[in-house]
Design a binder for this molecule. Structure first.
Ligand SMILES: [Ca+2]
Length: 330
């Protein structure tokens, strides 16, 4: 069940960002809009201590900052410096911090660039969604905007209407956009955004049960142009490896194996890692039987970052009900 943030939570979030910004080294002064220093692949591999250039700061997803100015002795001294309300909706966003600017993903594909020291708005982007979007997606899920990415001079996100798009980091203007899925026929929920590794945008999504297997894909796009490089369906088709694990369930009835959380990346191995969701319906006796694994649901997948080929997979819980002794092993 989702718990929706209160106004008090939003204010605390802003206070935290402001406090961190206030304690940042004096060298981190906000760049003027014209001089966003391009973010290179090397900078993403090893971010500067004061930067937070992706969802969990580094490709391995550790979410760790090496900054040590706030510690147990002084954390109680933090005081509010500025606040700014976030756009209404299900706020699950993590800002990027780069060059003294916070790039904040707000619900509904609203992105703001804020001066980290003052909270002043540099720019705001609001994506225009088609009027019939909510007829095809679950609005409360599709509006979630968990994270964005930065690469070169682009702020990169995936959208409620199933595009990947890039904004000029200096101005917030749309630079390019590429459709991933047609939301009218293959609706999916881009509640998480992408990460970028070595010039490629990696993103996953939650696929609606009625979309069938072809909306259940993870993708890679060229970070400079938005060109699609590969897509990997998370449900095998007849004749593909893993087809035998579905117990004869017709292809079009294999559903809802999505990857809606943010991937991680290993630049040395050139592997991108995704976690996958359960099938729909989840109980396996409604599908091909509890003795079947139904790949690649409930798994961690390691994909070749250049081709999208599955190098290995690990099924985390093959059948939870069986393992818990609720149904008994067949
Ligand atoms: Ca988004």
């Amino acid at each position: 069940m989702h718990r929706y943030p209160t106004a008090a939570f939003i204010v605390r979030l802003a206070v935290l960002f402001a406090a961190v910004a206030a304690l940042a080294p004096p060298a981190v002064e906000a760049q003027s809009p014209a001089d966003v220093v391009p973010v290179t692949d090397a900078m993403l591999r090893e971010p500067a201590p004061e930067d937070w250039p992706m969802w969990r700061r580094t490709h391995d997803g550790w979410g760790y900052s090496p900054l040590d100015q706030i510690d147990r002795a002084n954390v109680g001294d933090l005081r509010m410096v500025w606040t700014r309300a976030l756009h209404e909706g299900s706020n699950q966003g993590t800002p990027l911090a780069y060059g003294g600017v916070l790039y904040m993903p707000n619900p509904g594909d609203v992105i703001q660039a804020l001066d980290a020291a003052t909270g002043d708005l540099r720019w705001e982007y609001r994506r225009d969604h088609p009027d019939d979007l909510e007829e095809h997606v679950i609005s409360v899920l599709s509006q979630i905007n968990r994270n964005i990415a930065i690469h070169d001079r682009f702020i990169i996100d995936t959208s409620a209407d199933d595009f990947v798009f890039a904004l000029d980091a200096a101005t917030g203007r749309l630079a390019w956009e590429t459709e991933i899925l047609d939301f009218r026929t293959l609706p999916a929920h881009q509640s998480s955004g992408p990460i970028v590794g070595d010039g490629r945008i990696f993103s996953g999504r939650g696929c609606m049960p009625e979309s069938g297997p072809n909306a259940c894909v993870v993708t890679a796009h060229d970070a400079a142009t938005g060109e699609e490089l590969w897509r990997r369906r998370l449900i095998p088709a007849p004749g593909e490896p893993g087809d035998e694990t579905w117990g004869g369930v017709p292809f079009e009835e294999r559903r809802h194996v999505g990857a809606w959380m943010v991937p991680s990346y290993d630049a040395d191995l050139d592997l991108v890692y995704f976690g996958t969701s359960v099938t729909s319906p989840a109980p396996k006796f409604f599908l091909g039987g509890i003795e079947n694994t139904h790949l690649y649901h409930n798994s961690t997948l390691a994909l070749d970052a250049d081709t999208g080929e599955i190098r290995w997979y690990w099924v985390r819980i093959e059948n939870a009900a069986t393992k818990a002794g609720i149904l008994g092993a067949s």
